[in-house]
Ligand binder design. Structure first.
Ligand code: BES
Ligand code: ZN
Length: 869
């Protein structure tokens, strides 16, 4: 037995980008043999290694019981290597080294859901990104070591499914009760993309022929009862494969593509080569059991993981600082895909809403970091909104600027240059530059700097010359860890409207960017600059940052009537929505009059409902309490925000009057042919229902109960259930009971049942206590934890009162059991420092008290950063 003691001193070491060094050895091939037993798993590996630079032969390993190690056939004694809790180091190893190790691991007791673990009762799966592979075997577990994997998986026959990456090359029996398979993945890959699955699952099969003529077997593995819920994912997969061929010229490269669903997963899904592993919440989709929003999410996650095959797998990251290279680009690609699936305006609205609700606050607080950070303690803490969402925005900016054709030339060049390599953000920008012929190097500044730029714009009109001038200024808040902040290139997509007629001016200016599209894009890349438009016959109304062309905080002093004008006349759906949000924010935070918003929306709505009901529903978005809270930097009192928002909603309900019921009764989702339209109609109906409840009409509860009972559609059912439960309707308990009886064996539906109750605006510590002690609550299942915690956090008044203890206790518990999830949940409390006293000091004290009680790098690093303000 040879297992190192727990690390104490080294645990919180900071790793720096500037210290990057090539690995001293490369791995040409690896043979893995994984034998699963009830109480342990044996892993043997054979690495064919070759020296590349000077240095020791370093194998990373964590929680591994080393049984034996050989080099070139010769057994090593303990004095011939150095082993600690993180690595095995061999000094003076030969140029060519065949390293064979045998280790023992315990997937059956692995609660961290990282490495190989038992997920439920009869399924073993892996999660190796970013650093899980070292919990399976000793290996140079870093993304710049690419190797050919051959995997033998052996287990009891009670697990009929034995999968690994690549092609199945052999299968057979191993004694009476056991069997095995051997898989070979021909594509070189880093260890974080290794996967294997051992279990008892059913499968949905299909086929796809690529543009290159390859016939690909598609398989989705799930529990038998969930197979009918896999069809939407299967369609989305085939659609994604076609989409990547058409939009990026990328075809799939293996003969099979497998997806495995598990209910025990820390994240949404993982792009392991040819063998994706998915959280059930991101693969199972069915109108009867999951919501419209969940169905859209399934399609985008399927696309996301599929798109990684080229942006992430074929071309991977040199080191984990480059994470946004694969994630930012792949998110941009999945967003573009989703824009083709539904109302493109609404997809953009939803993506920007996520950016503003999560990334902007993250970037304004103590966890702020650049999309490509230059240091970290625990890489798992850097799968952040900034890396993902801001990373995606940087790619979107470059694509907006280049236009479709040049962007495609740029990406073609990227794939041509770097296929099979592990590269950096610089390589990506250089390839885009070379392929498109447009110098994009200034965009590297975006990758390397933290903070959301403030973009101030001013418009001046000169009637005598018919010139309209826009002046821009950008500023960035100083950051304690990153100095010398530079101006970034900001593509400003814009339109000018004639205030009288509502018509759009054709833009004439020599400073507009030539990107092949009709809309004007001005590249603002200095601290201050201006642009002039000629031939403007009347003082125009400018619409700036159309489609949110850059991730900045725009300040432009629109009058309320100008915003109402944009709501009516802007043809860009995103900016139409943005106008409603700006108006509502002013009403809520600055006490402006609500009437102008209500008038404008009533005038605009019938038209929009006709054309795009989903967009119509989004025009009723009232910024959430937590978003409004995130816009307040000091003396934040959640209760005041809550009351202001409630007052606005009540006022809206009142002013809209019978419009709500008329609209509710006139809409029929079943008469819509397209999913996106039907989804819009369902969303609108639910909004009308909740506004009706605010009008105090008791009949609304009967309507809601009828909607709950008569519909087989989960969005309709949940919309109705929310109205009943959150308004404490007489029918609420009966409906909850009925829902439970109906869906208690459907995890994803039951998550919603937990969520709705936790999100009750008047939920108390007792409500949460009831839910977290319920027989169906399970601290080993992240989805269930998130349903209650996420529900609770829907009401910041609750988060910042009894919720604080809830999150602190969870972080403490998960610190050991599942630090990845613990660290994420703790981040809910990041904005403690903005609270008004005495809450601020109280929350701070709770966080300080937690410090001495947590050990994991994940939770400690997050806690330290949160308190470093
Ligand atoms: N590579 C990630 C999954 C991952 C992240 C694994 C962090 C381990 C640690 C995957 O491609 C991903 O980004 N998944 C997202 C969903 C996606 C649609 C943005 C997720 O899991 O949330
Ligand atoms: Zn990803």
């Amino acid at each position: 037995m040879n297992i190192a003691a727990n690390p104490i001193v080294e645990a919180n070491q900071t790793i720096y980008l500037k210290d990057y060094q090539k690995p001293s050895y490369v791995v040409d091939s690896i043979h893995l043999d994984i034998q699963v037993y009830d109480d342990h798993t044996d892993v043997s590996s054979k690495l064919v290694m070759k020296r590349q630079t000077d240095g020791d032969l370093v194998l990373l390993g964590r929680d591994l019981e080393l049984k034996s190690i050989k080099i070139n056939g010769k057994k090593l004694t303990e004095s011939e290597y150095k082993l600690d809790s993180e690595q095995l180091v061999i000094r003076n190893a030969p140029e060519q080294a065949i390293v064979e190790t045998v280790v023992l691991i315990h997937p059956e007791t692995n609660t961290q859901l990282e490495g190989l673990y038992l997920a439920g009762s009869d399924l073993f799966v892996t999660q190796n990104e970013p650093e899980g592979f070292r919990k399976i075997t000793f290996y140079p577990d870093r993304p710049d070591v690419l190797s050919v994997f051959t995997t033998r998986v052996e287990a009891d026959k009670k697990y009929p499914v034995l999968l690994a990456n690549g092609n199945l090359i052999e299968a057979g029996e191993s004694g009476e009760d056991r069997h095995y398979t051997i898989w070979q993945d021909p594509t070189k890959k880093p260890a974080y993309l290794f996967a294997c699955v051992i279990g008892d699952l059913a499968v949905l099969k299909d086929r796809y022929t690529t543009s290159e003529g390859r016939d690909v077997a598609l398989e989705i593995y799930a529990e038998e009862k969930d197979i009918p819920k896999c069809h939407i994912a299967m369609e989305a997969l085939k659609h994604s494969m076609r989409w990547d061929e058409e939009h990026y010229g990328r075809a799939y490269d293996l003969d099979n593509y497998m997806i495995v669903a598990t209910s025990q997963f820390n994240m949404g899904a993982m792009e392991n080569k040819g063998l994706n592993i998915f959280n059930t919440s991101c693969v199972l989709a069915d109108e009867e059991y999951t919501t419209d929003a969940a169905i859209m999410r399934v399609q985008s996650v399927i696309a996301h993981e599929y798109f990684h095959n080229w942006t992430g797998n074929r071309i991977t990251c040199r080191d984990w600082f480059q994470l946004c290279l694969k994630e930012g680009l792949t998110v941009f690609r999945d967003q573009s895909f989703s824009e083709d699936l539904q109302s493109a305006a609404v997809q953009r609205i939803d993506d920007v809403a996520v950016l503003k609700a999560h990334q902007f606050p993250e970037d304004a607080g103590p966890l702020s970091h650049p999309p490509r950070p230059d240091h970290f303690v625990e890489i798992n803490n850097f799968y952040t909104a900034t890396v993902y969402e801001k990373g995606a925005e940087i790619n979107r900016m470059m694509s907006t600027l280049l236009g479709k054709e040049k962007f495609r030339k740029g990406t073609d060049e990227y794939f041509r240059r770097h296929d099979g390599q592990a590269v950096t953000v610089e390589d990506w920008v250089a390839a885009l530059t070379a392929g498109s012929g447009v110098d994009l190097s200034a965009f590297l500044i975006w990758y390397n700097q933290p903070g959301t730029p403030k973009l101030e714009a001013k418009g001046e009109y000169d009637a005598s010359t018919q010139i309209y001038r826009l002046t821009f200024k950008q500023t960035l808040k100083a950051h304690p860890k990153y100095s010398n902040l530079k101006p970034v290139p900001i593509p400003v997509a814009l339109a000018l409207f004639n205030a009288q007629t509502g018509a759009q001016y054709t833009l004439k200016s020599d400073r507009l960017f030539e990107n092949g599209v009709k809309d004007g894009v001005y590249l603002f890349d200095q601290a201050e600059a201006s642009i002039e438009f000629t031939g403007i016959t009347e003082k125009p109304i400018a619409s700036l940052l159309r489609n949110f062309s850059a991730p900045v905080n725009l300040e432009f002093n629109y009058s309320d009537p100008e915003l109402a004008f944009l709501l009516q006349y802007e043809t860009n759906g995103f900016n139409q929505w943005q106008a409603t949000q700006t108006l509502l924010e002013r009403i809520l935070l600055d006490g402006h009059d609500a009437q102008i918003y209500v008038d404008a929306i009533q005038q605009t709505l019938p038209n929009v409902i006709e054309k795009d009901p989903l967009l119509a529903s989004r025009l009723f978005d009232v910024p959430t309490e937590s978003y409004l809270g995130s816009r307040i930097d000091q003396d934040y009192n959640p209760l005041i925000v809550h009351e202001a928002r409630e007052a606005l909603l009540n006022q809206l309900a009142k002013v809209l009057g019978s419009f709500t019921k008329d609209t509710y009764l006139s809409l029929d989702p079943d008469s819509q042919h397209e999913f996106s339209q039907a989804m819009g109609v369902r969303a609108l109906k639910n909004i009308m229902l909740s506004l009706m409840a605010r009008q105090g009409d008791s009949e609304v509860f009967d309507l809601a109960y009828a909607q709950y009972e008569n519909s087989m559609n989960m969005s309709e059912r949940l919309g109705a259930l929310k109205v009943l439960v959150w308004n404490d309707a007489p029918q609420a308990q009966a409906a909850l009971q009925d829902f439970y009886t109906h869906f208690k064996d459907e995890d994803l539906s039951l998550d919603q049942w937990f969520m709705i109750q936790a999100a009750h605006p008047k939920a108390t510590a007792e409500t949460i206590q009831y839910l977290t002690t319920h027989v169906d609550y399970d601290l080993g299942t992240p989805n269930r934890i998130r349903s209650v915690s996420g529900g609770l956090n829907a009401n910041p008044v609750n988060t910042w009162s009894f919720g604080v203890q809830h999150f602190v206790d969870l972080a403490k518990y998960l610190d050991e059991k599942n630090p990845i999830v613990g660290s994420r949940l703790l981040q809910v409390l990041t904005r403690w420092y903005t609270l008004a006293e005495p809450q601020r000091s109280e929350v701070k004290a709770s966080l300080e008290a937690l410090k001495s009680q947590v050990k994991s790098k994940n939770v400690s690093e997050t806690l330290n950063s949160m308190l470093s303000i």
